[in-house]
Structures are given as C-alpha cells and as structure tokens.
Design a binder for this molecule. Structure first.
Ligand code: TNX
Length: 677
C-alpha cells in the first residue's frame, strides 16, 4: 500500500507589474522538483554545513556529499514496527512540513532514493534510547530498537538540516544534510528540566512550549513543581480550596493586583502529561512537603466544613505563624505541615494518590527541601518524609525529592531518588546529603545550584546585572553563564560517590522572578542544552573554558541560535558563544523592473543592525549594499530576525542571481531574479 501523494504545486513567488513580470526566489528552490521518486532535478549545490549537533552524539563520522530533502520525499516506516514507530514518523513529518512546505507523506513502503526511512531494527541498545542514523546523497536511514530511540534520532535529523527548518512558515532554502554516520546513545537515563509554576503561575500552553523546546535536546523528564509557599496549581478532588484559595497568588502579588495566580484542572494536567509523552518525556509532579507549603496551609487550615477533614484542620499548621498568613515574597523556611495531624495525612493522601494516578513518570516528588529545625525538628521532618514515602510507594511510585530527604532518620525504599541541589562540591562537608543518599541505597540526580539552577543570573557584580530584571544570584555571586552550566561532571562533582549512583542531571527553572514564556526561555536557553549535553554525551574533559570539549561545544551551540530565532523562541545571546550569521533568501517586491524590499532574512543573535554589514552582487555586473531592519534586543529579549532590505533597477530583462553576503563572508544567500519583458 502506498500513501504517496503527488507533490503539491511548487510555490513561486511572483509579483506582476505592468509590462514586466519579475520572479524572485531562492536560486536553488526555483529548480525544485519532486525528488522522492529519484528525480534528478532536485540536486544539491555547494556543500552542506558540517554537522553541529547538541548534545554531541556518542559517535559521528562524516561522509562525503550531502542529502537533499526535496518536495516528493516520503517518510517511510514499516507497518510491522507498530504504532510507536508510526507516531515518531508522524512527529518527524510534523517537524519538517511547516518550513519546507512539502507534503512528506508517511508511507508503509519500500524506501526510494530521496526518502527518509525509519525502522525498529537495531538489535542492541542497552539504554532503550539509542539510534543509528546514516545520511547519504540518496537517502536518510534511521534505525533504533525503540520508538524513543527513533525519536532521539529525529531530533538529530532536525539539527542536520539548515536552521530555517524550525520556521513555522515555508522558507526558500535548500534542505540539505551533510552525509554522516551516527551511532548514539545517552550517558545517563535521567535528563530533566524542572519548571516551577508555583511562584508564578504558568498555563498548560506555556509548559507545552517548554516541552517542545527541551525535547529538541533529548531531555526525557519534565519535573513540574506544582506547589510552594505562594501557590498551589492543580485541582485536587475533595479539596477544592487548594486550587481556588491556594492558586490565587504568585510571588509579588502585593494584594493580588499584579502577578495573578491560577491553577490547572485535572483534565489540563492529564493533557500536559499526554503532550509530554508524545515528546517522549515523562512528567514528574512535585508537591513540596513538609516545608514550602504555605499555600496548602492557607487553603486548608480553615476548611472546617470539609467532610473529609475532622472539623479542626487548624492542626495542620506548623508554620512559624499562628494563625498562618499569606507571604508573597520569596522568603523560604517558615512553613510546614504538622506530621502529627490526621488532617495533614488526609490531605497528602489525596494529593499523592490523585497526582500519582495522573502522571506518567515512575517517580513522584515529595519535595522535602529547606525545613529548618526551628520549624520542624529533624525527627518530625523524618517522620513526615517516611510516612509520605510509604504513601508514594503504595500508589505505585518511587520517591523522588530534594537531597534533604536522605537526611538523618529518613528511611526510603532503595532506588528512591535524591536531587542534589547544594552548590557544595568535592569533599566539602556540605555535600553530606549526597553521601547519606548513597549510603541509604538511593540514586542521585545532580542539579548543583551553581551549575544547574536556571533562575540564576548570567552575570552579576559591580555594575553588571544580566539579565537586569530577571533572576537571582545566591548560588552564582558573579553569575552563571554557559561555561558554568557546561564545565562540571555529574559523576565526580561530589567526591567518593560510587559509579552508577548518579543517574542523571536536571536544570531547575525556579520562578520567583520569571512571569511568562519569554522570561523562562531567556533563562533556560542556552543553558539547558549545556546540561543536556552533560546528560547525554560521553564523559569528556569539561574542566574549563580552555578545554577542547568546551570550545567544540560553544561552536555547536552557536548553530542553535538561528534555530531559536527562526522558531520565535527567546534566549540569552551570551557573549560566551560565537553566534553565527545565517541568511535565508527572501521575497523582494517588483515595481516596473525595480526590485526592492526584503531580499533575505538574517539571523544574527546578539548583534544589532549596525553591527552587520551586508553587500549585494546584483548579478548584472553591479554591486550595492543593504540595510537591516528588525526588532532590537532588550535586557530580557534577544533581537529579532532582521530583514535585509535593498533595491535595484535592472537595465535589461533576463535572469540574475543576486548574491547577498554578510560581514566577513560569514553567510551568503542567493536570490534568483527573473525580469521578463
Ligand atoms: C532554592 S534549594 C530552592 C527554591 C528557590 C530557589 C531559588 C531548593 C530545593 N529550593 O525554593 O526557588 O532556590 O533559586
């Protein structure tokens, strides 16, 4: 059976003028033709850019030549590989269709020249996430043992294509991929990103956006921090106040007139879990206990009419205030639920059982951080963690929590997961929680704040505050830029941790200062890709900015900037990264033989319009210049893509290749112009 569709009519960008018609398009796109059947007319000219993949594949060999994806190409998947492989094939088509404008039908058929084929025929893959990818001048072949492995390979395919592949609208570029052979698999099984939607509410759509962005870097775990002192963000049946009272505020609400809160319904929660699953990410819910929970206390301590409680829920309150009070500052360490209260357990049973039933990860995160002994003694803290751990296990989940859950007196099932957040490293006594965790048979996820807290400022110090309006700096007193995210090793960060104890890495996006997706993206990118590389790529000498690994990494990271700009994703264009210029041919206008307007789109991360010079070779023996226009950067937004604007009048009709070149020849684009009489 073939699901092959004839290729759609080729897009031609034409503008008619009286007496003269002019067609301008990318020179190469103008000759585009159906390629899936092996048509020779869609060929690659020039050479494809060398592969710049983040996270670096375990093994990559470059071949000669390049593959060109053409209209008429198909995505071939064997129906015997089942629904999982088909899902990934459809995901690949979904990634590639918007920018190419191609049909890219998903078919169950023999692969032809020009096709991309996916197959579950890799026999050995101990990780369940590995893949093998081969691109030649005629075909792209992706093999894996599991659908997740195929999906990881799909993310690599995206990065082998030009950056404009992430554009939501059709672009006139040659979709070439360098010939490569990649055999890849992850170093660690847990590669996470955490988002705090408690300090500031974020919608399901905002979370989906971050899932999309993180999936591109093979992140497989989304840790959702759902509750903290300032907000509780999901409906729990039987305890409506948790959402309606606990969800009202955010940090800095100042009487709830700004920074409004919000909460998700359970249907929305399930929808986000499904969305994550479609991106091969499991979702770990976290309701932080016994501290960081003023929102729970404020919702329930007065819930005397709730039939599930015993009429005097005031006894849940172990905060330092009686009666408890809202506190919408970023203060920590004053709130706690009382472990002796039956009401505490009625509430926690409902929370754990409902969230465990709705979420997809094998882990449930009970929090456990930052409860000073002045608020709860260690005995009472451990009593609460142990009892809640039992509830988590009874609901079929493994306990996860911040590394304090390994402290004195706690007893959690072996295999429970401690997230190490302390900046302390080496043999410092402040690394105790990591050792305690290992001694108790727990595993570690590494998120030392000075390397993995994505809410920390990039730069801080005298007269420096980047970004000016976002971020904290308690773990990074001079700032934590990309080099800090990259230059450390999860296995050896704390001395004396046995091999195999560290199962992964996580970047944590706390939300005291970030209020929307744009803010989140500015803090998360480009640091999360650095952490993703630590989680995925083989161990390397990541000892500092002069290491070969770091230098290679920032060059590969540089290639991501244009992808993010094309996708409309915000990021911090750090001066640590040698961002590249990338041009995509545009669609100039025509007026009686005069060609004018936008000839190209330029990605120039971190560069102002004045910083880039553009020259034009009009293809008729004359040269000229262009100007850039677009949205300038602010202290928390990257500059936009620039239009490269110019104009020229041709003396004669005919065909001309307009060549646009940026400063120092960093990037060129060719626009094919035909002036017809
Ligand atoms: C520490 S350490 C926190 C969060 C804050 C964050 C701000 C730990 C597990 N918790 O409550 O939001 O610092 O950077």
């Amino acid at each position: 059976m073939s699901l092959f569709h004839p290729s759609s009519p080729r897009r031609v960008f034409a503008a008619a003028a009286v007496g003269v018609a002019l067609v301008a398009s990318a020179a190469t796109a103008a000759s585009a033709a159906p390629g899936g059947g092996g048509s020779g007319s869609c060929t690659a000219s020039g050479s494809a850019a060398p592969p710049k993949i983040v996270p670096a594949p375990a093994s990559l060999t470059t071949g000669s030549g390049q593959f060109r994806l053409c209209d008429g190409a198909r995505i071939v998947v064997d129906q015997h590989d089942g629904a999982g492989a088909l899902q990934v094939a459809n995901a690949l088509a979904g990634y590639l269709r918007p920018a190419t404008g191609f049909d890219l039908p998903v078919v169950n058929s023999q692969a032809h020249s020009g096709d991309i084929s996916l197959a579950l025929d890799l026999s050995s893959d101990p990780t369940g996430e590995g893949y093998k990818l081969t691109t030649t001048s005629s075909m792209v072949t992706l093999e894996a043992k599991t659908p997740h492995g195929l999906y990881n390979g799909v993310q690599t395919i995206r990065q082998l294509l030009p950056p404009w592949i992430s554009s939501p609208t059709p672009q006139s570029v040659q979709w070439t991929m360098p010939a490569v052979q990649i055999a890849d698999q992850p170093r660690y099984e847990y590669r996470g990103v955490m988002l705090d939607i408690a300090r500031h509410y974020e919608s399901p759509d905002a979370v989906k956006r971050l899932i999309d962005q993180a999936a591109a870097y093979k992140i497989n775990t989304f840790h959702l921090h759902l509750s903290d002192d300032q907000g509780f963000r999901v409906v729990i049946n039987g305890f409506p106040n948790l959402a309606t009272v606990g969800g009202q505020g955010s940090v800095g609400t100042g009487g709830r007139t700004v920074d409004p809160g919000g909460f998700w319904t359970q249907a929305q929660f399930k929808d986000v879990v499904a969305y994550a699953a479609a991106h091969f990410m499991t979702l770990v819910p976290e309701v932080d206990t016994p501290g960081h929970n003023n929102a729970i206390v404020m919702s329930e301590y007065n819930d005397t009419a709730n039939p599930l409680l015993n009429g005097h829920p005031q006894d849940i309150n172990c905060t330092t205030k009686n009666p408890p009070q809202w506190n919408f500052t970023g203060d920590v360490g004053y709130s706690a639920l009382c472990p002796e209260s039956d009401n505490t357990w009625t509430i926690l049973n409902a929370i754990v059982s409902q969230l465990a039933a709705m979420s997809s990860s094998k882990y449930y995160d009970l929090g456990g951080d930052e409860v000073p002994s002045t608020v709860l003694t260690q005995d009472r803290y451990a009593a609460l963690v142990n009892k809640e751990g039992g509830i988590v296990n009874a609901n079929g989940k493994t306990v996860m929590g911040w590394a304090e859950i390994a402290g004195e007196g706690t007893q959690l099932a072996p295999g429970s997961l401690a997230e190490y957040w302390n900046p302390a490293s080496g043999s410092s006594s402040d690394t105790a929680t990591a050792h305690e965790a290992v001694a108790k048979g727990m595993k570690l996820v590494m998120a030392p704040a000075s390397h993995a807290y994505l809410d920390q400022k990039y730069a801080f110090g005298q007269n420096v505050n980047v970004p000016a309006t976002l971020g904290l700096h308690w773990a990074c007193n001079v700032g934590c830029d990309v080099d800090q995210s990259y230059n450390w090793d999860p296995d050896t960060y704390v001395d004396g941790i046995p091999a195999g104890s560290v199962i992964g890495v996580e970047g944590a996006m706390w939300a005291e200062t970030v209020v929307n997706s744009s803010n989140i993206e500015y803090m998360v990118f480009p640091r999360l890709p650095a952490l993703a590389e630590l989680g995925w790529s083989p161990k390397a000498d990541r000892s500092g900015t002069s290491s070969a690994a770091y230098k290679d990494f920032v060059t590969r990271l540089a290639a991501q900037g244009a992808r993010w700009q094309a996708a409309g994703q915000n990021f911090y264009p750090t001066p640590e990264v040698p961002w590249r210029l990338d041009l995509a041919p545009g669609r100039p206008d025509v007026n009686h033989g005069e060609v004018s307007g936008s000839f190209a789109t330029l990605a120039a991360p971190g560069m102002s319009t004045g910083a880039v010079t553009v020259t034009f070779d009009w293809g008729d023996g004359t040269t000229g210049s262009g100007i850039l226009s677009g949205v300038a950067a602010t202290d928390s937004t990257v500059n936009g893509l620039y239009d490269v604007v110019s104009d020229h009048t041709y003396a004669h009709h005919g065909s001309h290749d307009v060549t646009i070149t940026t400063t120092a020849g960093s990037s060129t684009a060719t626009v094919h112009v035909t002036v017809q009489s």
